[in-house]
Design a protein around this ligand. Structure first.
Ligand SMILES: NC(=O)c1ccc[n+]([C@@H]2O[C@H](COP(=O)([O-])OP(=O)(O)OC[C@H]3O[C@@H](n4cnc5c(N)ncnc54)[C@H](OP(=O)(O)O)[C@@H]3O)[C@@H](O)[C@H]2O)c1
Length: 252
């Protein structure tokens, strides 16, 4: 089960963190990869790691907020592999502030990076999935897309990730007739470039210990099983769903 040999998987934001980990996870299951991000050197390093697992990897430098660049990336993928089976919308970033202090600029930056980008990349790649009558789209939201929180003020991030959860349902309903599934994974706290500064503080560790039932942050690779499952043929009757990989954070 969960074999991905013969599948082509695209992962955005794969130059670091959870995107890199999921791309490597797919490669270990046999998938060929397209990895996208802005930092070319980092992408090349990840591409080498992926190829060392015996699969193909096409790194594409792409800002996922740039419509032209995203459309070009989809075209390049089809030119190179002839198809796209799996798309993981993982790239994300945040400028944090509360509703009273948030500037228009920071609000727009975060919505573009976390929500509009998911729309643009899905639009570009899904049209090829429609032609081939097969697709697995996985959108990475967050526990902050389900609930508010008292640890930090991140109103735009909460809003964008909440948008991703319902964007997923809308796309799932629209594209089901083409044998395309679309699901969300909502991670809890994982140490990555995005979160390291916050998660290593004593005050946040104390907050985590009382708010995460499993009592720890997510470890490297712990998001992968959910992504591999949703990307697999075996998940053929699951669409519009939202799997929380959060140590129980949203269950209490
Ligand atoms: N870590 C957590 O605890 C956590 C929790 C919940 C949700 N998430 C979500 O998980 C996803 C991955 O985050 P992470 O924690 O792995 O953070 P990360 O290590 O900072 O990775 C973010 C990735 O997104 C890429 N990226 C950002 N803006 C981009 C843009 N405009 N165009 C293309 N690529 C862009 C970055 O690459 P370049 O800089 O090279 O472009 C990087 O590869 C995000 O959607 C995040 O919101 C993370």
């Amino acid at each position: 089960m969960f074999d991905l040999h013969g599948r082509v998987a695209v992962v955005t934001g794969a130059s670091s963190g959870l995107g890199r980990q999921m791309a490597l996870g797919f490669a270990r299951q046999g998938a060929d990869l397209v990895i996208m991000a802005r930092r070319v050197n980092k992408l090349e390093e990840v591409a080498e790691e992926i190829r060392s697992l015996g699969v193909r990897c096409l790194p594409i430098q792409c800002d996922v907020t740039d419509t032209e660049a995203v459309n070009r990336a989809a075209e390049q993928t089809i030119e190179y592999y002839g198809k796209v089976d799996i798309l993981v919308n993982n790239a994300g970033a945040s400028r944090n502030a509360g509703v009273l202090d948030m500037s228009d600029e920071d609000w727009n930056f975060t919505m573009q990076a976390d929500l509009t980008s998911v729309f643009k990349v899905t639009r570009a790649f899904a049209k090829y999935m429609v032609n081939q009558r097969y697709g697995r789209i996985i959108n990475i939201a967050s526990i902050y897309g389900q609930v508010g929180n008292t640890a930090m003020d991140t109103v735009a991030y909460h809003s964008s990730k909440g948008g991703v959860v319902n964007f997923t349902r809308a796309v799932a309903a629209e594209l089901a007739k083409y044998n395309i599934t679309c699901n969300t994974i909502s991670p809890g706290y994982f140490e990555t470039e995005l979160t390291a500064d916050t998660l290593k503080t004593d005050s946040f560790k104390k907050f985590m210990e009382v708010s995460v039932p499993l009592g720890r942050y997510g470890r490297e690779g712990e998001l992968n099983p959910a992504a591999i499952f949703l990307a697999s043929d075996e998940a053929s009757y699951i669409t519009g769903q939202n799997i929380k990989v959060d140590g129980g954070y949203t269950s209490v």
